[in-house]
Design a binder for this molecule. Sequence first.
Ligand code: BG6
Length: 486
Amino acid sequence: MTTFVLFGGTGDLAKRKIIPALYSAFVNGRLDASFSFIGAAREALSEEEFRARVTASIETYASKDSANSPEKLAAFLALTYYSKIDAREAADFDVLKQRLHTSDANATLFYLATGPDIFIPVVEQLSKHGLVEGNARVVVEKPLGRDAQSAKDINHSLRNYLNENQIYRIDHYLGKEMVQNLLALRFANSFLEPLWNRKWIQDVQISISEQVGVESRGDFYDHTGALRDMVQNHLLQLVSIVAMEPPVNANPDAIRDEKVKVLRALHKFSPEEVSKKTVRGQYRAGAVDGKPVVGYQSEPGVPTASRNETFVAIRAEIDNWRWAGVPFYLRTGKRMANRSAEITINFKPIPYSIFGKSQGPMRSNRLVITLQPEESVQLFLKAKEPGEGIRLSDVALNLDFAEASSSRRVESYERLLLDAMHGDLTLFVRDDELNAAWAWIDPIMSAWQNDSEGLKSYIAGSWGPAASSYLLAQHGAAWGEEYVDA
Ligand code: BG6
């Protein structure tokens, strides 16, 4: 791919993630020699004004090792252009077309980092102008829809103009190093597979906690909520990779075929089940990292009586032979105690302890895959503490990836942009995956809409509402941080 066109080029996502990722790929020599970058947005900016914004974005958000060279920055800016485009103005696309030297439409990647209401008008114009013929590709950002029906409608309209293999539905969690490592861990090692099922696994926990609040996105977030913002996409994608069957090979469709089966096998909740198996919360004022923070309802852009959820915990189940009866505890929230994203596989306890009761209750073996803030895989085993007598403690077999490999860390957006440029769809979401994920989310959303009592509050800087602990405690389980020896 030689031309990268970024719709929403002046937006928040472009500024924080996409432009820095593109720049890092450039600095590390990963882009074609004839590469150029066109930012597109409604604002009437001159080329120079846009370049000034690109510079600010790189200076603020690019990683230190890529941001430090004025020569490289100048070289990147020399390949950077701006096109004022209103999605509904055909004439604006004429100008874009001239810029793109249409004979090479094949070599263009269009990235739609805009609200979903703009996707279809943009793609329609691109199609009318002959810009998405051949091998041109279109990356679409989440949220793709608000529910199953609207997601289907968007997909259907996209497919009027594009083939499925031209559509790159991005979920940036799939670009995180550890997520791909999970595939390697599961399918390039022999010892885990015999244990990876209901016979040996007690429960699976997937937790993504954030310390940030809604930042400048109060209005967007209040119309979205944690269920749509994080569970429908990032968390369910992680579930599908943890739970999938071995694919026949590592090709994109072989992997996505297996992931979609998991999403379809997720047990759909009745309204009664929703009230028993889900917890939603909203943060009140509190303190994060020792600094006072306001409650959600006092955030800019959020109505003072908002009932929107900023925290979700769910006891999900997968109805298939491998996983029947194994709870998948999912949790995500804003303004929580820590920033972390972790997958914990809790293995079943030993059937009987020969060491007697003096050892106290023993936490069983667990495999902890940490996606952030650091990347690691830890297998916790019991071992004897040195010294007299037998005192058992948890010891971690620890694979620390920052230490284990000197290769450059590639941020998820950079990896996914490069994959899209190279035509690799493996880490992008297929339409059937998206539909299956929404089909599971829909009943939860509708039950919540009809239940005005269910929203709990939690103090900013905590681990969420008490009901989230109870969700597990009633089944004899606990979140990782609740174990004394954790
Ligand atoms: C985005 C959500 O998809 O993911 C944000 O819209 C959230 O609300 C972000 O903050 C979290 O991503 P990461 O990579 O920082 O965990």
